[in-house]
Design a protein around this ligand. Structure first.
Ligand SMILES: [Zn+2]
Length: 180
């Protein structure tokens, strides 16, 4: 192969690689939505790891503790797709807590509420069942205010999209711009 042709060939190869990489990224975002939809419609089940999580908090109001940093916000989206309920991750010094909320809210009472108010547990995030692009409710903001926490994250059980939010809607404009 003479040099100029070789160069053109290499450049073309590079463009194809770039395109392939780009399509992988797009595919993985779309694939989250597709797998959440399959679970929501009952066409697919949770993977073993997430089913084991759900088995420990089968009913509304249940909570269970896991090793720290084992739970991810993405997991909440899948548990929500499966059940139609909200879920939350609370993180302490040594452990993560998975909470099973109702279809409309996560209501923390007693020990959990006390530990959140005294900053022993951080509300890492919670999921919403009905929104493609999750929007924090006034109740979500009030809860942050009540426990004195600056920010948390809401994740959609339909798309897996995440949004950081604070006590006031004005707090978060820059946070969510940063992430895009
Ligand atoms: Zn909420």
């Amino acid at each position: 192969m003479c040099p100029p042709v070789r160069k053109a060939f290499e450049r073309r190869r590079f463009e194809i690689d770039e395109l392939e990489n780009a399509s992988i990224v797009l595919e993985s975002t779309a694939s989250t939505r597709v797998s959440l939809e399959a679970i929501r419609e009952g066409e697919a089940g949770l993977n073993a790891h997430r089913q084991a999580m759900l088995n420990r908090v089968p009913e509304v109001g249940d909570f269970a503790s896991f090793k720290r940093n084992v739970l991810e916000l993405k997991d909440l989206a899948y548990l929500t797709a499966k059940t139609g309920d909200e879920f939350a991750i609370l993180r302490g010094k040594d452990a993560d807590i998975l909470f099973h909320g109702s279809s409309t809210q996560c209501r923390f009472i007693d020990t959990l509420a006390d530990m959140m108010s005294s900053h022993k547990l951080e509300l890492v995030g919670h999921s919403h069942p009905g929104e493609d692009d999750p929007i924090p409710s006034q109740g979500d903001r009030d809860a942050l205010k009540e426990i004195g926490q600056a920010r948390s994250v809401v994740v959609s059980g339909r798309t897996g999209k995440m949004r950081a939010f604070g006590q006031s809607p004005f707090d978060e404009i820059s946070w969510n711009d940063e992430k895009r």
